[in-house]
Design a protein around this ligand. Structure first.
Ligand code: NAD
Length: 484
């Protein structure tokens, strides 16, 4: 069994008699590794190291920082197989999906390395005759990167790559369910020529390690991806020092299927948007509103698709559509929502219960729930599992109103061939992202951000990079009469 160590200031810190966390393979419930429970003192040491390192890292020209990022990206590529296997073992996603995710990590690092020569400030004309106003874009300082378990590799990229190219340093905190990939990444950082302290890794609970990071006055920004509940706690803790937060939180993405939607393609996209990663994706299709004229045909086709979907051990059963869920608590949460829907009058068409393979594993049957009403918990709370609830509607107004009537506001989608309907929806749906006639899945160069309780700030693209920079405005008076 692997045992990992905290990574602070370029060195792994021996565990000694430190308390350890056992990490399980969710497919088999076997203990696959132990990782250290960092203390508040460890967190402070990691932040101090990042704080000191940032002073000289900020002075390294961006193109040289890009060189370090390219070196890291190459190391990730060289170890892609190890990352994929580690990810599947601790997270339970299918091996092909872990392989994709390892690829996204290296590609995302390269994408931000390529920003080195594109970062720019502004020069603004002044109201005064002999003055320029200069807007410098400066590094923000130390970034605490607090991560969830559902994309443990890709999220390393989202926290590290924009921070480093901007001139910031990072303390990463992986989820206790999936810390192994992050420590494998730390091993590559140790091997690389990156200066010590630029990237640090500390593991432990959110309530101790995440809390200590969020409340540390030397942390300039907390970039957290995770649940809305944890996001609220982080925001409150960060408020003590007016520390900036960028929070990517939960979602309850509505899918609107209009009568004129292309049926087969729509079924395929909705299925993929729900079932990938066993439904554990922030932008997953969480609730479907289908127009009455197409409802029967849509339900018939998606029933067939979901009832044929198979779960299996993601390391050994390459033919399965999905692996297990992350842990027992998530299985219980999903089942509770399904049971609540039944009690409220909905009907389970297929699936509907927890499952195991050889008496082990945190599986849940791919599930379709129909006759759902907009008011039901299953249509309002984040499911985060392989369960698709469906409701019907009569008019576009009704669908838009129901879509928007939600505490979350991350992603959404609409399926229609009518451009007027599409444009009205784009103007009236109040979400951070909307997909038209395609599955829910964002691009590096977009901007992944939620409204309402789905978050504040955002990731990806130039706007995402901007989150990791601060603006320094300088008023420069010059002598108009000077002669050269
Ligand atoms: P979680 O909120 O339980 O944990 C996320 C991270 O926050 C973990 O590292 C955890 O230890 C830490 N944390 C928890 N409490 C904390 C506290 N009080 N102070 C500081 N840190 C704390 O989330 P999860 O279960 O790991 O992930 C699933 C959630 O993440 C879902 O709600 C999903 O929608 C969301 N998510 C959002 C996005 C997005 O881009 N919007 C992407 C992926 C996942």
């Amino acid at each position: 069994m692997k045992e990992y160590e905290l990574f602070i200031n370029g060195k792994f810190i021996p565990n000694g008699n430190r308390e350890m966390i056992e990490v399980l393979n969710p497919a088999t419930e076997e203990v696959i590794s132990k990782v250290p429970k960092a203390t508040v003192d460890d967190v402070d040491a990691a932040v101090d190291a990042a704080y000191e390192a940032q002073k000289s890292w900020a002075k390294v020209p961006p193109i040289e920082r890009a060189g370090y990022l390219m070196e890291l990206a190459q190391l990730v590529k060289d170890n892609a197989e190890l990352f994929a296997k580690t990810n599947t073992e601790e997270n339970g996603k299918m091996l092909c999906q872990s392989t994709d995710e390892a690829g996204w990590l290296s590609e995302y690092i390269i994408y931000f390395a390529q920003m080195a020569r594109h970062m720019k400030g502004e020069i603004i004309p002044s109201d005064r005759p002999n003055e320029n106003i200069l807007l410098y874009k400066m590094p923000i300082g130390v970034v605490a990167g607090i991560m969830p378990w559902n994309f443990p590799l890709f999220l390393i990229g989202r926290k590290v790559a924009p921070a480093l190219i901007a001139g910031d340093t990072v303390v990463l905190k992986p989820s206790s369910d999936t810390p192994n990939g992050c420590y494998e990444f730390a091993k590559l950082v140790e091997q690389s020529s990156l200066p010590p302290g630029v990237i640090n890794v500390v593991s432990g609970s959110g309530s101790v390690v995440g809390d200590a990071l969020s409340g540390n006055p030397k942390v300039a920004m907390v970039s957290m991806t995770g649940s809305t509940d944890a996001g609220k706690k982080i925001m409150a803790r960060a408020a003590e020092n007016i520390t900036k937060v960028s929070l990517e939180l939960g979602g309850k993405a509505p899918v609107i299927v209009m009568d004129d939607a292309k049926l087969d393609e729509t079924v395929e996209h909705v299925f993929n948007s729900r079932m990938i990663n066993c439904g554990q994706v922030c932008n997953a299709a969480e609730r479907v509103y289908v127009q009455e004229g197409i409802a029967d045909a849509f339900i018939e086709k998606i029933t067939r698709k979901i009832s044929e979907a198979k779960y299996g051990n993601p390391l050994t059963d390459a033919g399965a559509d999905m692996g297990p869920m992350i842990n027992r608590a998530q299985v219980e949460h999903v089942d509770e929502l399904v049971q609540s829907a039944i009690a409220e009058g909905a009907k389970v068409v297929c699936g509907g219960k927890p499952a195991q393979i050889d008496g082990k594993g945190f599986y849940y049957e791919p599930t379709l729930v129909v006759n759902c009403k907009h008011e039901m918990r299953i249509m309002r709370e984040e499911i985060f599992g392989p369960v698709l609830p469906i409701s019907t509607f009569k008019t576009l107004d009704e669908a838009i109103e129901k879509a928007n009537d939600c505490v979350f506001g991350l992603t959404s989608s609409i399926y229609t061939q009518n451009t007027d309907v599409m444009l009205r929806a784009l103007n009236e749906i109040h979400f951070g992202e909307t997909y038209v006639n395609r599955e829910h899945f964002e691009a590096f160069q977009g901007f992944h951000a939620g409204v309402r309780q789905s978050g504040i700030g955002g990731d990806d693209g130039e706007r995402g990079l901007d989150e990791f920079l601060e603006t320094h405005v300088c008023y420069v008076d010059y002598d108009m009469n000077v002669q050269g």
